[in-house]
Design a protein around this ligand. Structure first.
Ligand code: MEV
Length: 304
């Protein structure tokens, strides 16, 4: 018997990094993601894509072994097919973790509930990122727009958001970036040294995220866009941008983005998002510039 699953990538619209320190974040699923397929085998096994080498390969194999053991070691061989670029801030490791968690639970005959998938995916994410906030795999496992807040010694507070307006995003790539774990650790060192200043910036990001979440629920995309712009400025203050990221943010704003910012861990490169009323023209113009990009929509909540 074969088991199949799909898990989307994610974008953080507001609150990355500050979310690690307990502040709220806004995240949503992409329309692209990772598919996993599990077929009967003599023991749990992952077919690692040949393009993945070195430390990433080792981390993926270790994460898989950890999840397979936690799922009761179902006898399956799992293969993956990804539409997401790796290490670009779009949640490819979270999507891999969730897609694998779903097929492992199915194969083990356990219910693949959101809670069970989230828990198993968290095991894998810890292997990839050390101490992730959990926003990535929670958003990916739920596949919906969420407000997320990490809590000490308790499970995070997660709320699904009903946006009355569709959110049209353009995702563009500003080149390679260091692994998330390294960017988060370097920021933690700066925060340890200049605690009060960094705490103020995290609090400001949290406040902007709270305002942006309220804007989403009110259907006020202009206010959400402004929150994204301010959030980008605060991420720049935290030392998480680069000339390539900032350049692309300004290009997106020049093309009419209501708001534009880096998404995910940032650092030297990675993905940048723009919120648009009409994304098609921006995608065409970016491609003409030779910038890799795509459009993705977070659909409006259906009226009941
Ligand atoms: C990475 O997608 C998001 C970060 O906030 C790290 C985390 O939440 O664990 C940078």
């Amino acid at each position: 018997m074969e088991h199949r699953s799909f898990a989307p990538g994610k974008v953080i619209l507001l609150g990355e990094h500050a979310v690690v320190y307990g502040h709220p974040a806004l995240a949503g699923p992409l329309q692209w993601g990772v598919r996993a397929r599990a077929k009967g085998a003599r023991r749990p096994k992952l077919e690692v894509p040949p393009s993945l080498r070195g430390a990433s390969r080792t981390a993926l194999l270790e994460a898989f072994d950890r999840a397979a053991a936690a799922a009761g070691s179902p006898k399956v061989s799992v293969s993956l097919e990804s539409q997401l670029p790796v290490s670009m801030g779009l949640g490819s490791s979270a999507a891999v973790s969730v897609a694998i968690a779903r097929v492992l639970l199915d194969a083990a005959g356990r219910p693949a509930t959101v809670a069970a998938v989230t828990q198993l995916a968290a095991e894998m994410e810890r292997e990839f990122h050390g101490t992730p906030s959990g926003v990535d795999h929670t958003c990916v496992a739920r596949g919906e727009l969420i407000a997320f807040r990490r809590r000490e010694e308790r499970s995070p507070h997660v709320r699904a958001l009903a946006s009355p307006r569709a959110l049209e995003l353009v995702v563009a790539f500003a080149g390679e970036r260091p692994p998330t774990r390294r960017t988060v650790e370097a920021l933690r060192l700066r925060q340890g040294r200049w605690g009060a200043r960094y705490r103020r910036l995290f609090e400001q990001i949290g406040a902007v995220a709270t305002e942006g979440i309220a804007a989403v629920e009110a259907g006020d995309v202009e206010a959400l866009g402004d929150a994204m712009n301010v959030n980008h400025g605060l991420l720049a203050a935290l030392g998480l941008t680069s000339p390539a990221i900032d350049g692309l943010v300004h290009v997106l704003r020049g093309y009419g983005a209501l708001g534009a910012k880096l998404t995910g861990a940032g650092g030297d490169g990675g993905a940048v998002i723009g919120l648009f009323a009409e994304p098609a023209a921006a995608v065409r113009r970016l491609r003409r510039l030779g910038v890799a990009c795509f459009a993705s929509q977070l659909p409006a909540a259906r009226k009941t």
